[in-house]
Design a protein around this ligand. Structure first.
Ligand code: UDP
Ligand code: MN
Length: 584
């Protein structure tokens, strides 16, 4: 009897021990392979999906999406419709970001107003942007959501969204929801300014309408903002592939910058010794147009320049203004926001340069004639006009570099006399905020700008009378010729200080002379270092070939040849858009 009891007891003990050992093993596995995070985020995701499915009936909302061609969205709309409203995203930030405890400001002092404006966004995409934001932002910080429909063709979208979201929001009462619709298209810049005007939180987030914030996106940004009130921040943007909508890791070794034509560029950054990859870093410009800034400093800077039209340049202008007038910009790699980088503009750029009808007609006519002459479409013209305004406002004497690279900008009329826009005068802002000259930004923030042309003695179009030196045709039949200076694609040249090479701006092709030939001929060759036949000397406005001592000449209309140099010969006078040595 007692023997059987013993055996039973031993069995029980063994069973208990086995169960304990199994549990221990599971705990070890879970901790070792980070499965806890996975389990928690799965649970959160289920909650989020239930929230969105039950409260918003989002399926019903998106079934009313009008049928539109792919070109209207520039991403896979069908796929977007079929994906969950809030989906689980891969963790793309450095693992150290997950372990950190962020020093956060009190929620009552860090209320966030989110401004999302959109033009022709697919319903499912817009909804995913909004629901992901709501479900991944700590409730106590998310103060309000301002959604502005910038004259989208889907006229019922906003009212329907408002109905659904207000119903879903009833018990929570947070965030405050503000919906506005521009009956006619006013553009991104006007709409974001309007969103900022309506906002009442401490901080503003400007977000595109095709984004997915990743887990823990806000805390790392808030920590930085709370430490330094002069700061504005961007997350690292994780690219979402437009066709597969797959979410990928963005690159934290890139910062935002721009070139002398005021085009945005991603610039490589070099880590300082012992600098961790996840550490916030200074950036000349924001990551695209997605940024968080205190509402107070945004308004102090007079917001986005209201003279800029539709789309383009506004966040570069804000960045320049911020740096020059006492602010700073950082990109914070522990904060991740997914963004669909579309291959092309998904929208048209209307010609709407003016307010008053009569004035508008005159201006449009003037502009159309000008555009025809310089062969620009309205998107390029809008961008160019915006860039010209920025160059005139902030680049000081360096604006000549901008014009050298964008000669057609000279012809674009600005017509800044505005009727309904608030007054915006860069000179007044500079005086008010004691802003630094542009040169300071080149020395302290964006040394890349200085380096860009450091080894050049001249650049831009190369003009003789009213014709410009141009590379025509397609490879392998490329030809050097004289062409109209107003073509959009007219060749831009670089004259290199040391090598004396005269190359196309991408530095692939050089103008060469075969000195061995009986009659020296001009030709185009791939640029090669130390190539005597490619060396030119600048003699006042003449270009003299070093090997033959002959000068570039245009004796008859479109004839281009080499001849003996004759000082003061008009046909041998070639002007670059910008002579750097003459400028400095
Ligand atoms: N947008 C707008 N009105 C316009 C043009 C754009 O409201 O006239 C919106 C657009 O829907 C998007 C944001 O502004 O949410 C930024 O535009 P886009 O995504 O095309 O710019 P990108 O990301 O290519 O710089
Ligand atoms: Mn975008």
């Amino acid at each position: 009897m007692s023997g059987r009891l013993h055996r039973r007891l031993r069995c029980c003990l063994l069973g208990v021990l086995t169960v304990l050992a199994m549990q221990l093993l599971i705990v070890v596995l879970v901790v070792r392979f980070g499965l806890i995070d996975e389990l928690i985020s799965h649970r959160l995701l289920l909650q989020q999906q239930q929230l969105s499915l039950h409260q918003l009936e989002w399926r019903e909302f998106i079934t009313h999406t009008p049928d539109q061609p792919h070109a209207l969205y520039q991403y896979n709309r069908q796929l977007s419709d079929n994906l969950a409203a809030v989906r689980l995203l891969p963790t793309t930030r450095h693992h150290s970001c997950n372990r950190r405890r962020y020093r956060l400001p009190q929620a009552s002092r860090a209320k966030l107003s989110v401004v999302i404006c959109f033009h022709n966004e697919a319903r499912s995409m817009l909804l995913r942007t909004i629901l992901t934001l709501i479900s991944r932002t700590p409730e106590e910080y998310l103060h309000e959501l301002i959604v502005i429909d910038d004259g989208s063709e889907d006229a019922g979208l906003l009212a329907s969204l408002e109905r659904h979201m207000t119903a879903a929001n009833v018990q929570r009462g947070r965030p405050t929801l503000i919906f506005r619709r521009n009956l006619s298209r006013k553009g991104l810049i006007w709409s974001r300014n309007e969103g900022a005007r309506l906002a009442s939180g401490h901080y503003l987030l400007f977000l595109d309408s095709h984004c997915e914030v990743n887990d823990g996106w806000l805390e790392p940004l808030l920590e930085r903002l709370a430490l330094n009130s002069r700061l504005a921040v961007s997350p690292v943007l994780d690219p979402i592939e437009p066709e597969t909508l797959s979410y990928m890791a963005g690159n934290e070794l890139l910062k935002g910058g721009f070139d002398w034509s005021l085009h945005f560029h991603w610039l490589p950054r070099v880590l300082a010794e012992k600098e961790a990859l996840a550490q916030p870093y200074a950036s000349p410009a924001f990551a695209g147009g997605i940024l968080v800034i205190s509402r107070e400093s945004f308004h102090k800077l007079h917001g986005f320049n209201p003279h800029l039209e539709i789309w383009g340049g506004e966040s570069i202008e804000l960045a320049i203004k911020l740096w020059l007038c006492g602010g700073q910009i950082e990109i914070v790699p522990c904060s991740r926001i997914g963004h669909i980088f579309r291959p092309a503009h998904a929208f048209e750029f209307p010609l709407q340069f003016g307010q008053e009808q009569k004035q508008k007609q005159e201006k449009e006519l003037e502009l159309e004639q000008e555009l025809e002459r310089v062969q620009l479409d309205s998107a390029q013209a809008t961008y160019l006009r915006n860039s010209k305004i920025i160059a005139e406002s902030w680049l000081d004497e360096y604006k000549y570099l901008f014009y050298a690279l964008k000669p057609s900008a000279r012809q674009i009329p600005l017509n800044l006399r505005t009727v309904s826009q608030p007054s915006y005068d860069p000179a007044q802002i500079k005086a008010e905020l004691n802003c630094r000259p542009f040169d300071w930004l080149m020395r302290h923030v964006s040394p890349e700008l200085r380096l860009q042309h450091a080894n050049l003695s001249a650049l831009g179009t190369l003009r003789n009378a009213d014709r410009c030196l141009h590379v025509a045709g397609t490879e392998p039949q490329l030809q050097l010729q004289l062409a109209s200076c107003h073509g959009l694609q007219v060749t831009q040249w670089h004259l290199h200080q040391e090598s004396g090479q005269l190359s196309t701006s991408e530095q692939r092709l050089c103008v060469a002379v075969d000195a061995a030939a009986k009659q020296p001929q001009l030709s185009l060759e791939p640029c090669r270092a130390g190539q005597g036949g490619q060396q030119w000397l600048r003699r006042n406005t003449q270009l003299q070939h070093a090997g033959t001592h002959l000068c570039l000449d245009n004796p008859l209309k479109d004839q281009l040849l080499l001849s003996h140099c004759r000082p003061h010969a008009v046909s041998q006078s070639f002007q670059f858009a910008l002579e750097i040595q003459a400028q400095s």
